[in-house]
Design a protein around this ligand. Sequence first.
Ligand code: PLP
Length: 396
Amino acid sequence: QALLAALQPPPADPILALGGLFAADPRPGRIDLGIGIYKDEAGATPIMRSVKAAEHRLLDTRTTKRYVGARGDRQFAAAMIDLVFGTATDSGRVASLQAPGGTGALRVLAQFLAAVRPEATVWLPDPTWLNHEAIFAAVGLKTAYYPYYDRERSELRFDALCERLRSAAPGDIVLLHGCCHNPSGADLDEAQWRTLAGLLLERDLIPFVDIAYQGFGRGLDEDALGLRILAEQLPELLAASSCSKNFGLYSERVGCAMVLARNPREAEIATARMTVHARTLYSMPPDHGAAIVRTILEDDALLTDWHSELEAIREDMNGKRLHLAKAFRQASGTDEFGYLAHGFGMFSLLTLSPAQIEHARSAFGIYIVEDGRINVAGLPTSRIDDFAEAILAIRK
Ligand code: PLP
């Protein structure tokens, strides 16, 4: 019997499909607000200076391409624990594994959870990054959603979030975006993180923090504040960190899977268990990107330069947000879009129907994801005023 005879193509990934349409569009002024990559004013995603410098150094000093082992480079992982957890916990309590991107880290941790707590439900924010549900489904874990963001009012649904999580079963897992929530750009504030930490502790729920945009919101430490509050107050926590965005290492696939354990002994066991999962998934992580990150994090001069590059990116995005909110205020005479100025990271949501999103593409060459997500970084400053007017025109 032919293996492929009845095989149907999978449903198209909406973000990648949008990218395909954009690439085929000949209009010179078209704007791609789809895929989540940082772009400069010219629409380019250049290699960061600090990354180039680290690469040169590696090229000059590396003498071998031997396997790095399923756990990856321990010094990279140690540097990542510092970057993510700061001084919130004793690093000996953190199990860690170098992973192929944030997605690789999420998948290893999902596999780990499926083995240690197969009965758990993983609670995801509504809305969330499209891949989350698929990653947990792939390992056979149940998922459910908690309310996170009100699309009509363009604001967080913190009370509803707390109420729903109170009904989760003890031992369940709660996935949280560490910062720069994808797709809404709406983050919890410090008081809300503290309230949430108390609730998770009281209900015996385990946080799983996906931190893919550290440094893109308020700052490296500020963006990890929520995770650190949880780490200070809860005995256990899982974290998947990505270096794709903050180091601009998208194609190199650099991430880190971490588990905060109650003590160093349990952390060692968790690391060993994650290593077993990595071995069956991809055996060993790619080395080059993680070596770049480690080189930067361990060198004062490179670190200072990386900080300043990251700050420039952050300021550019935050500046675009302010400009965008102002352009909408001027063109509409209302503060309906004021929330765009208060969001963090690359993404925000516009309340648009599928027909309006299609209209934006066909009439104005503006490419927006089907749920109304826009990548603020994809919007050239010189086009912001036109963009606001176009969006208001299609909503008429
Ligand atoms: N988590 C979130 C919320 C994301 O938005 C992304 C990327 O878009 C990732 C994780 C994974 O990033 P990567 O696998 O490219 O490091």
